[in-house]
Design a binder for this molecule. Structure first.
Ligand SMILES: Nc1ncnc2c1ncn2[C@@H]1O[C@H](COP(=O)(O)OP(=O)(O)OP(=O)(O)O)[C@@H](O)[C@H]1O
Length: 286
């Protein structure tokens, strides 16, 4: 993976007014450019507050937020430039969708940027196709399913071609089909070179989807690494009350003598293949 940094924080402290504890507490981490990063942590650990810092909506009281290796600067002009590079998709699409149809909504930012109408139409067609929204462009937004609304909100952000997309719980409340459609869209976005970061409570999803993980606890970065590294540290995860993904739990519960030197499987298919090989090997020695 390209180790150049996309989003990074150095000693970031942020305290909401009239609260006892800071929401971000000397937060330091770095997200590799081009990665698919999952941000894990309990309710209230600071994930949304971090995302609001990444787009400059909130500003740290101490420390520095960096994008592409450069400290954020908060002038109107710099913030406008930052928001062209970094897109935030809220957990609740109702917070994001402001116009009456997907097509109006997805084209809104492009029109604001002064793009010519034929180019706007082409860009909207492209992102809506990518997110499986073709044919829904003129449907009233209030008639869309939650999955369609979430993908429309993502399409609006994606249309602006950001370098980094931050998604707050993109798959929450989605059924398996809608989740698959959302993840397919994210895969396609990532394949184009975009850094994709999602906050999620779904450990199984983080394990199979991400190639980099950061774990937040009380506004601090408790751990950062590849999924294999993070989930091999099961004691630490359990100590902060985060469960293990099912596949990692099963794999790490096998005798270490059997699994030594092998990476943990990330999908059910991989797990079955590895398990069959282990059983065959064990059988031939017994
Ligand atoms: N507008 C606000 N005013 C005061 N306190 C806030 C505000 N927003 C968040 N907080 C507090 O800041 C802390 C971090 O909240 P944040 O929403 O960033 O966590 P989170 O990890 O995104 O949680 P969740 O998983 O529930 O979305 C929490 O203690 C929360 O109560």
């Amino acid at each position: 993976m390209d180790q150049e940094s996309s989003l990074a924080c150095d000693g970031v402290v942020f305290h909401y007014p009239d609260t006892k504890e800071p929401a971000l507490h000397e937060l330091t981490f770095s997200i590799p450019a081009g990665s698919k990063t999952a941000v894990l942590g309990h309710n209230g650990s600071g994930k949304s507050t971090l995302f609001l810092h990444a787009v400059g909506i909130l500003r740290p009281q101490q420390g520095t937020v960096m994008q592409g290796g450069k400290a954020l600067s908060y002038s109107k002009k710099e913030l406008a430039a930052l928001r062209r590079k970094v897109g935030l998709v809220f957990q609740d699409p109702e917070q994001q969708l402001i116009l009456s149809t997907p097509l109006e909504d997805v084209s809104f930012g492009l029109r604001g940027s002064g793009m010519a109408e034929p180019a706007i139409a082409a860009r909207c067609r492209e992102v809506m196709e990518l997110l499986n929204l073709t044919g829904l462009g003129d449907k009233p937004i209030h008639q869309l399913s939650l999955g369609q609304k979430k993908r429309t909100a993502l399409a609006g952000v994606l249309a602006m071609e950001p370098e980094l997309i931050l998604l707050d719980e993109p798959t929450s409340y989605l059924d398996p089909l809608s989740e698959t459609q959302m993840l397919k869209g994210l895969e396609a976005i990532h394949a184009k070179g975009t850094t994709v970061v999602m906050a999620t409570h779904d450990m199984d999803l983080a394990y199979r989807w991400a190639d980099w993980i950061i774990v937040l606890e009380h506004g601090r970065c408790r751990a950062a690494g590849t999924p294999e590294e993070i989930f091999a540290g099961r004691e630490e995860l359990l100590s902060i009350g985060l469960g293990l993904p099912l596949l990692a739990d099963l794999w790490f519960s096998l005798p270490a003598s059997l699994t030594a030197g092998q990476s943990a499987p990330r999908t059910a298919g991989e797990f079955k293949v590895k398990l069959h090989k282990l059983l065959a090997l064990n059988h031939s020695y017994s």
